[in-house]
Design a protein around this ligand. Structure first.
Ligand code: AMP
Ligand code: ZN
Length: 138
């Protein structure tokens, strides 16, 4: 299913032009127009899924491998030494376009920090209690 009001549906299906890195029957990978680093790529399914919770198994089983392939190609072609796979779900997580996408972000040796956080702390009792709550909801 496509969503006619969704810009990523239109880009993924070629109705809006993009800098396309890769295309197959299920996905189009494009360069992000606000790149975190040179080569920042977005992998877009051609079907509309709001986020990872909606993604069907066929897409889910292929997207990670494609991210790895594109990351390896970035290392070979752009001179980055690593890459981050980033995938945001929900506004609080930084999602701004509500069509599933996987970011592939090249990382260069002299590059700015991109995906970072300050580690917190928790005791084992709290960790176990939290783990149990998540487990019960699965
Ligand atoms: P997220 O914050 O995970 O939802 O990521 C959305 C990403 O899409 C951002 O990095 C934007 O720069 C990028 N973006 C939004 N619109 C476009 C567009 N028309 N073409 C390319 N990238 C886009
Ligand atoms: Zn869409």
């Amino acid at each position: 299913m496509k969503d006619e009001n969704c810009i990523f549906c239109k880009i993924a299906n070629g109705e809006i032009p993009s800098a396309t890195v890769y295309e197959d029957d299920r996905f189009r990978a494009i360069l992000d127009m606000g790149p975190a680093s040179k080569g920042h790529t977005l992998i877009l399914p051609k079907e509309h899924f709001k986020d990872v919770c909606e993604l069907d198994e066929e897409y889910a089983s292929r997207v990670l491998g494609l991210g790895g392939r594109i990351g390896a190609a970035m290392k070979a072609s752009l001179g980055c030494s690593g890459f981050n796979l980033v995938q945001n779900n929900g506004a609080s997580a930084g999602q701004t376009v509500f069509h599933f996408h996987l970011h592939v972000i090249p990382r260069y040796d002299d590059g700015a920090p991109i995906v970072t956080w300050d580690p917190g702390s928790a005791d084992i009792g709290e960790l176990k209690e939290t783990a149990e709550r998540i487990h019960e909801a699965l």
